[in-house]
Design a protein around this ligand. Sequence first.
Ligand code: FAD
Ligand code: 2HG
Ligand code: ZN
Length: 473
Amino acid sequence: MADDHGDRIAQFIARMTTALGPKGVSTDPVEIEPHIQDWRGRWKGSTPLLVKPASTEEVSAAMTLCAEYGLAVNPQGGNSGMVNGSVPEGEVLISLKRMNKVREVDVLNDAMTLEAGVILTKAQEIADQHERLFPLSLGAQGVAMVGGLISTNAGGVGVLRYGMMRDLVLGIEAVLPDGRVWNGLRGLRKDNTGYDLKHLFIGAEGTLGVVTAATLKLFPKPAVKETAWATVASPQKAVELLQLAKKASGGAVTSFEIVPKLGLELVLKHIPDTRDPLPTALPWRVLIELSLPRIDGAREIMEGMLGEALESEIIADVAICESEAQKAMCWKIRENIAVAEKAHGKALKHDVSVPVSRVAEFIERGTALAHQMQPGADVIAFGHVGDGNIHFNITPPAGADQDRFVEQDGLPMSKAVHDLIASLNGSISAEHGIGRLKRDELAWRKSAVEMDMMRAVKRALDPDGRMNPGRVL
Ligand code: FAD
Ligand code: 2HG
Ligand code: ZN
């Protein structure tokens, strides 16, 4: 029996090699290694075969073969996902990394069509070369790929002004579990011809098919970005500052991120060449970015808003960035909190959202709850206040067994944090998705009706349940 299975897999690999050529497959453990563990080193998996198609036709051929052999499939982009969705557990691993072509840039339509393996920084560069902006921006942008960003409906630091990945996608091309290609690459802003199927694939985390290309929206490049780093006494003050900044800038706030003292300290400790832009004993900092269409008057808008904030004691102190280097330092600190936290150790991570009006209440009550349930634990609450999305991460008390904490001892605390989120009408996954990490919890937190609808969609597109089994549903 075992030999039969082994023979079948060997035959499958041989046929895949014939279909895609030697460059399109790998069983080399050294090459496979980085693909079968997650970014934070929490999960490790396995795969019988790494498949590396270079075109949609090759993805289709690979998926057709997987269907014929009844094999499960795990699509992978940059493998920077945070919810244990991109690490295979015995599935055939389809990496999109060789599908990295620019298919079209339609400047007059403010749109570009990229293959799924294009890395986010590359997508931003392509837009820039055409005097346009592709506004998605996040810490993993040097590795995360278009297909992964779409499949997780990624967020990041520009959502306040430009929306999530879902808001940036005009069209999608995807290969279905049976190998058929759906070409939905329409560059249209208006298209009411029935169900808008692209939205099923956005945020589906690879459970419905493989995204192979997408047509993405482009925006005008702002003439100037004004960046400031303010110190505030509490998250409530940060939310008040957000309201003031939105009003005073006429909606020009593109980023509004909160940084806690401990997050900053970890960055200064673990990330080379970083320094505190504005040393203070206060517990919170806010990074604000305004994007404006004209240089004239831009600084005055930022100064006027911050002057009012100082006067009304919303902020304690502020530094407006005077140079690109100063802006880069503020962003380096913000974008490295996750990296520094990783260097610090294991953490229970909660990627949660609440209405912006309740962010301060959540941080205050969540922190008290964590300290009460686990004395000595540290809370690192940071991120996208402007979207109501807080990364509420908890590290174990000094000396605790870190693995035991994240796998076992800390779980009642996680449940309590998510209960609090539910009571505030929030979400237990704001931008990272469900993966395997939150799959069981999703099933009991969502209503039966909502789960039924999701399962019906899954059955319709993937009747054999071979796409990313065990993730999301
Ligand atoms: P992967 O990790 O490879 O895959 C993610 C999921 O999508 C998996 O379920 C996978 O199976 C599926 N998938 C991948 N490609 C395809 C495809 N072509 N077709 C179908 N399914 C596919 N996320 C945010 O939203 N905001 C942030 O600010 C943010 N910051 C981060 C900072 C750091 C330092 C790190 C490490 C991660 C961060 N993330 C953030 C999480 C991560 O970068 C995003 O989830 C990103 O969208 C994942 O893209 P990827 O290409 O790495 O996808
Ligand atoms: C960020 O905003 C990322 O920096 C990572 O979404 C969040 O590590 C985290 O918890
Ligand atoms: Zn984030």
